[in-house]
Design a protein around this ligand. Structure first.
Ligand code: UTP
Length: 413
């Protein structure tokens, strides 16, 4: 232990992060051990680099950006739709499709007390249950139990699992539900100091939805997926209550066109909408974020009056297991987000911010697209598949999502 403590103190001194031991002396032996382990796992050079990157302006630089091709689901002929749907149904029925819900985010904007998926949106139904309802429909239609992987974080994993237990997995077969934890990274202050949480440990936050690839590998899920005979994984977020995970047409179209990765897109509501859009970057599929795109590009239209960069990426993607396997070797870049975070500063003051005050680092799932030569993009209708719950009120809030959900359900009656 003494040896470990010495190593930690040396490391902290080297990087000017000595305050991380601020609460050390008042900790029990076990807590001390945990903290030391936590600090030893930090890659301080990486933190330094991430901090330096926060000072750089995000820009497209030399990247060559072009519009990307997509297939509009609603422009397919009836016979095409039928053919792709039939092919997709065969794949689903033969047990080759699995689902992943990414539920490791912090949900800071919503401010719900508990994992975002446990937020009650429609009557007593939570976001998790609404997603599960669509999966159960799959069972009714195709007669098979489809494996459902749920990505959680260190912060919300126990609460998520306990919630599923309490709800008896909404009647979904328990052995088909697999929880797995994503990684996390320390948060830092605007002066580059790593934050301490209430207990005196390093304050960490989940490392973004792009952390999914590493988490799949770390949790040996590729083996589990193969054992279950899965070949395709639909990956969606927890906070879109209309996400259509079990979509035979999407599966069939992807397979028929021989793609290994596919994404659904929606037409941007207006050029200024704060969503990323699909594009080609240096000849490869990519997503430009709304913070990156110039006004000119965002407003550019083609001869038919459609936005050239109008295919919004809203976390509805499907990966072949071979693509997941290939991607496991590739490192995704981290982006910084400036968020509100409570913490002990280096002088031992507990900081309760009213404005964003700390950096969180995240990788994004769509950065993986740039490792692909190509991918299928299928445009779907916003009102059929997108009702996000992001903010406590205003746009993309429970109120707007509830309305979108109810409107959609009404069209199906
Ligand atoms: P958002 O990027 O909207 O973030 O996540 P969030 O964490 O839910 O909310 P804020 O930004 O703190 O308010 C989109 C989807 O990606 C998942 C979320 O759970 C949500 O389903 N996600 C995000 C993860 O699974 N892990 C992460 O590290 C980040």
């Amino acid at each position: 232990m003494l040896e470990k403590e010495r190593a930690v103190r040396e490391k902290l001194a080297k990087y000017g992060q000595e305050h991380l031991l601020l609460k050390y002396d008042s900790m029990s032996e076990k807590e001390k051990e945990t903290l030391l382990e936590q600090i030893l796992e930090i890659d301080f050079n990486q933190i330094l680099e991430l901090y330096e990157n926060t000072k750089k302006k995000i820009q497209l630089g030399e990247d060559k950006i072009e519009p990307i091709e997509y297939i509009d689901k609603n422009k397919l002929s009836e016979s095409e739709k039928e053919r792709y749907t039939k092919l997709g149904e065969e794949i689903i029925k033969s047990g080759k499709l699995g689902f992943i819900t990414m539920a490791g985010g912090q949900g800071t904007r919503l401010g719900h007390n508990g994992p975002k998926g446990t937020f009650k949106l429609i009557g007593e139904k939570t976001l998790f249950e609404l997603i599960c309802d669509t999966l159960k429909e799959g069972k009714e239609k195709y007669g098979i139990d489809i494996p459902w992987y749920i990505m959680t974080s260190k912060e919300n994993n126990n609460d998520t699992v306990a919630f599923f237990e309490k709800q008896n997995y909404f009647g979904y077969p328990k052995d088909c539900v697999v929880f797995f934890k994503q990684g996390e990274l320390p948060m830092i202050s605007s002066s580059g100091k790593i934050l301490l949480d209430k207990e005196g440990y390093v304050k960490e936050a989940s490392d973004g939805h792009g952390g999914i690839f590493e988490a799949i590998v770390k949790n040996n899920l590729l083996e589990d997926m193969k054992k279950r005979g899965l070949e395709w994984l639909f990956i969606g977020g927890v906070d879109n209550c209309l996400v259509k995970m079990c979509d035979p047409l999407f599966v069939g179209l992807t397979v028929d066109k021989k793609y290994m990765v596919a994404g659904k897109s929606l037409v941007k509501a207006n050029p200024a909408e704060r969503v990323g859009v699909f594009c080609k970057r240096n000849g490869r599929p990519s997503v430009i974020e709304y913070t990156e795109i110039s006004k000119e590009m965002a407003e550019a239209r083609d001869a038919n009056g459609e936005l050239l960069y109008g295919e919004a990426h809203v976390l509805m993607n499907m990966f072949n297991i071979k693509a997941l396997e290939a991607l496991k070797e590739d490192k995704l870049p981290y982006h910084s987000a400036f968020k509100k975070a409570e913490y002990y500063d280096e002088n031992g003051n507990w900081v309760v911010p009213t404005e964003p005050n700390a950096y969180k680092f995240e990788s994004f799932i769509f950065d993986a697209f740039s490792y692909l030569d190509n991918m299928l993009i299928m445009r779907v209708k916003r009102e059929e598949e997108f009702a996000p719950v992001k903010n406590a009120e205003g746009s993309d809030s429970p109120e707007t999502a509830r309305k979108l959900y109810n409107d959609f359900i009404a069209t199906r009656k």
